[in-house]
Design a binder for this molecule. Structure first.
Ligand SMILES: C[S@@+](CC[C@H](N)C(=O)[O-])C[C@H]1O[C@@H](n2cnc3c(N)ncnc32)[C@H](O)[C@@H]1O
Length: 448
């Protein structure tokens, strides 16, 4: 009997993957747009097929290139994506080969390409019969499942670590939580989790961070709705402690700016740690994301002034009262979080980097006058590329006599998670299960 539901998930997954590969759409947006078309119980399979086939795109495509005598026509690219999803299931998922073949062939019909059913059937059968999965990868791109420019940039920036970075990018990321320190310590929250049968552990040096043994739906996390805990990678949790360890030293209340705040993850952490001692202004230029900041703060019962504004144009939103601390969590290539967003490998271009770096530098320049003497601006990106990180902060320090780097870390254990750069520090993706993140603390000299 034909499994129509199984074929439907695969057909929708192919359309989603094709929207990313050919249409340049983000994977999460494409899934959100299409998942209503399948039954709720099939949606985790849909995510698995889409994420997996995008993560392994280059390897899967090299096999397809060997299997088809000439590339599929432009209008049939969705069938190419379906074939990749079929191969992905054969190689990476525990689905019997015969089930993959029959459901994929049925999915070709659902995609209204019945004439290509025979080709898909023959390709999948030959792949299994000739054991093509064991053939050596044709080139570096298919070996590492990354585009050439990304491999080359990592080889240049990280001559000793590029293998490890590429390997980590192809893994599935663990789920990290942040205990709300104003309600419970991380240790106390881990006990709560264990009582509900959820395995979790702490990490030295990142006080509120909890790593789950297995990812969970947020509904399973005790006290999530009332703000006892939030979902946030541990590397991102370094920001608030670092900024406040500088900004809170001695002086209260302190005025803090979160210059690129949406969806408010780090704003929430700043407020949980700082309590009544800090007043926070959270801005973001994307009006459609502003409400996500207030929703996140509401859940943890915290308050901030939230403004839709452009960080590189303070004249439009700044009241001329200097900030004691600024967090600039700048928009970037997101090359440090590829394991969470494998579509970055397809959507980002080498040519984006110079534009991003120019925008990051412009934000630093524009925000610097809003920082009080003695105050700290913590520059952060979730990128691993020097051009967006130490090149930007190094150039800034070279151009500003009143700026020095403060390289005192919030605690010694964090030192083990980071590599020192010419300016700032880098967490590489996969280190202790963390996302890739870059930080540099820039301090404004006191006026003598
Ligand atoms: C890395 S995300 C920030 C994540 C956030 N800090 C958190 O922890 O939840 C970067 C943000 O910068 C915002 N952004 C981009 N250009 C901006 C600009 N010129 N001014 C202010 N925000 C900007 C984007 O809309 C995006 O929300």
């Amino acid at each position: 009997m034909r499994n129509l539901a199984g074929a439907k998930v695969r057909a929708v997954a192919a359309e989603v993957a094709d929207a990313v590969i050919s249409g340049g759409q983000s994977l999460d947006a494409a899934i959100a747009q299409n998942e209503h078309r399948i039954i709720a119980t099939d949606r985790s399979l849909l995510r698995m097929l889409c994420y997996g086939s995008i993560r392994h795109h280059w390897q899967l495509q090299s096999w397809i290139d060997q299997l088809v005598s000439k590339p599929l026509q432009k209008r049939d690219r969705v069938v190419n994506a379906l074939l990749a999803i079929g191969l992905y299931q054969i190689v990476e998922m525990r689905i019997p080969d015969h089930a993959v073949v029959s459901e994929t062939v049925e999915a070709v019909r659902q995609l209204k390409r019945p004439k290509l059913a025979g080709l898909v059937n023959a390709c999948l059968r030959r792949f299994v019969r000739d054991k093509l999965a064991t053939a050596s990868p044709g080139n570096e791109q298919s070996e590492w499942n990354h585009p050439g420019w990304l491999i080359e940039t990592l080889q240049r920036d990280w001559p000793d670590d590029w293998h490890a970075i590429l390997g980590a990018n192809n893994e599935r990321a663990p789920m990290w939580l942040r205990a709300n320190i104003s309600r419970n310590t991380a240790d106390q929250y881990v006990q709560r989790l264990r009582k509900t049968g959820i395995d979790a552990e702490l990490i030295a040096g990142i006080g509120e961070a909890i790593r789950l043994g297995e990812p969970q739906a947020i509904e399973n996390l005790p006290g999530f709705a009332s703000g006892d805990v939030s979902v946030q990678d541990a590397a991102a949790q370094i920001a608030a402690r670092w900024l406040l360890s500088d900004a809170l030293s001695g002086k209260t209340p302190v005025r803090v700016l979160d210059a690129c705040a949406a969806p408010g993850g780090k704003s929430g952490h700043l407020l949980e740690l700082g309590g009544e001692q800090i007043s926070l202004l959270a801005i973001d230029s994307d009006e459609s994301r502003i409400s996500s900041i207030s929703e996140n703060l509401q859940r943890i019962s915290r308050d901030a002034t939230i403004i839709a504004g452009d960080a590189s144009k303070p004249k439009t939103w700044w009241d001329e009262v200097p900030f004691d601390g600024i967090l600039l969590d700048a928009p970037c290539s997101a090359s440090g979080v590829i394991r969470r967003h494998p579509d970055i490998k397809l959507l980002r271009r080498a040519s984006d980097l110079a534009k991003l770096a120019a925008c990051q530098y412009a934000m630093l320049e524009a925000l610097w006058p809003t920082l009080a003497p003695g105050g700290t601006l913590l520059y952060a990106t979730c990128s691993v590329f020097a051009v967006e990180n130490d090149n930007v902060t190094g150039q800034f320090l070279g151009n500003h006599d009143d700026a020095i780097e403060n390289h005192v870390l919030p605690n010694n254990n964090i030192r083990d998670l980071m590599q020192r750069k010419t300016c700032g520090f880098q967490v590489l993706p996969g280190t202790a299960g963390l996302d890739g993140f870059y930080y540099a603390a820039l301090q404004k000299k006191k006026v003598s």
